[in-house]
Ligand binder design. Structure first.
Ligand code: FPP
Length: 238
């Protein structure tokens, strides 16, 4: 598939939805959908690196997902640990830096240790930054940023609160705003994902369920993005 490289998004964010439905359609346990979804994660990570997307942020677990049955939640953390173990080598080989956003302190201690280890081992990699949003909530991120800002203000007043200053307090302080948001499985919602950061992000919703969203679907989405005109509120062609 021909991709106009100069028009590719620098940062792609994905709401990976539909694992449960994929499993239900096959009379399988929901976790089987998540396992199949891990293959799609592998595909979009590898493909992003190949085509030259510099930042990929995946919504893997929202703060709201804690209300799912404990069994499913625990299995998801187990799956994350298997993923981290098996993908570290690939990340090193492909120069991929691993990162997380969200309330990581709420995760099981073992998962936290593994995340910290993979982040540390890949910290000098530069070709792609893979960020997993875990126990993430956009509103909580904004509150967390305000709390940090207030703390700093006690030490030294900030003369002018600009967007640039505020951005430094977000989890994503070192990441540019997403150019493209992909949401699988047809729902037209932001679901509390990167609320501040997606003010001007292009949105692409596909009916494909996440476990079926593999390399070809991703390349098609990237190609569609290259045909979009970004205006950031300005007028056409100015
Ligand atoms: C949404 O499908 C998916 C999740 C809540 C979890 C995402 C997890 C993975 C893709 C696999 C693990 C990922 C890593 C990085 C190891 P859903 O369960 O909400 O689907 P449904 O809406 O059809 O029920």
């Amino acid at each position: 598939m021909e991709l106009e490289k100069t028009k590719l998004p620098r940062h792609v964010a994905i709401i990976m939805d539909g694992n449960g439905r994929w499993a239900e359609q096959r009379n399988l346990d929901r976790i089987e959908g998540h396992i199949a979804g891990t293959e799609s994660v592998r595909d979009v990570v590898t493909c992003s690196r190949e085509v030259g997307v510099s930042y990929l942020t995946l919504y893997a677990f929202s703060k709201e997902n804690w209300s799912r049955p404990k069994e499913e939640v625990n299995k998801l953390w187990g799956l994350l640990q298997i993923f981290l173990q098996s993908e570290l080598e690939l990340m090193q080989e492909k120069d991929i830096r691993f990162n997380t956003i969200g309330a990581i302190k709420d995760l099981p201690k073992k998962a936290q240790r593994m995340l910290a280890n993979v982040m540390d081992k890949t910290k000098s990699n530069r070709s792609l930054m893979l960020t997993l949003a875990l126990s993430y909530s956009g509103r909580q991120e904004i509150l967390h940023a305000i709390a940090g800002l207030v703390e700093d203000m006690k030490k030294k007043p900030i003369k002018r609160l600009t967007e640039k200053v505020f951005t430094r307090y977000l989890y994503t302080s070192k990441i540019p705003d997403p150019d493209l948001l992909i949401r699988t499985s047809g729902e037209m919602r932001l679901s509390n994902f990167l609320l501040w950061q997606m003010a001007y992000t292009e949105i692409l919703v596909t009916d494909t369920l996440w476990p079926d969203f593999r390399r070809d679907s991703y390349l098609k989405a990237l190609q569609e993005y290259t045909h979009r005109e970004r205006r950031f509120g300005a007028l056409r062609g100015r």
